[in-house]
Design a protein. Structure first.
Length: 173
């Protein structure tokens, strides 16, 4: 029987961080299941899910504490078993427009209002080729109840897209 753990890691980016984390997981008899790792603002940032035998958790924690000496902040939480449920509706939203405060807040409050879950969100800023102004871009993978009517959500998104001067493309139901 194995335990699933979720690790979040943040610290100054440099070569070798992933190799060191992988070594700790391996030395502890663990298995690396999935992860999202990236360089963000000069910092290494990541989340990973591992599987480890409960008998080895103490050894694992001893090894992982070594990484704290390397200026990495590591949080460990217990993974949760997936609950049996109805299949979820999946959607993808792509958004782009001139950067301004409040875009993420306004868009994601709509999803919250209708019970839409954000499974993954990637955002970035880049220079717009036609003006040189900062262009905000977002891509979100969303899930919702299979019987959710998306009409009011799309209407709400359309109404704020005009106020925020953003384009929103929707892929899904």
């Amino acid at each position: 029987m194995s335990n699933e753990l979720i690790l979040t890691v943040v610290g100054p980016d440099r070569p070798g961080i992933v190799a060191k984390i992988a070594a700790v997981v391996s030395e502890s008899g663990g298995n690396w299941l999935e992860s999202r790792l990236l360089r963000l603002g000069g910092q290494f940032s990541g989340a990973l899910r591992i599987e480890i035998d409960p008998a080895h958790i103490e050894v694992f924690q001893g090894h992982i504490n070594r990484l704290s000496d390397e200026h990495l902040i590591i949080n460990i939480s217990q993974g949760q078993e997936a609950k049996e449920s109805k299949p979820l509706k999946k959607s993808i939203m792509n958004l782009s427009g001139q950067d301004q405060k409040g875009i993420v807040k306004n868009v994601f409050e709509i999803f919250q209002k209708y019970g839409v879950n954000v499974e993954e969100l990637e955002t970035s800023i880049r220079g717009a080729p036609w003006s040189g102004h900062a262009l905000f871009e977002a891509k979100a993978t969303l899930s919702s109840a299979p019987d959710l009517d998306f009409s009011p959500i799309l209407e709400d998104l359309e109404s704020i897209s005009n106020d925020l001067l953003v384009d929103i493309d929707w892929i899904g139901p």
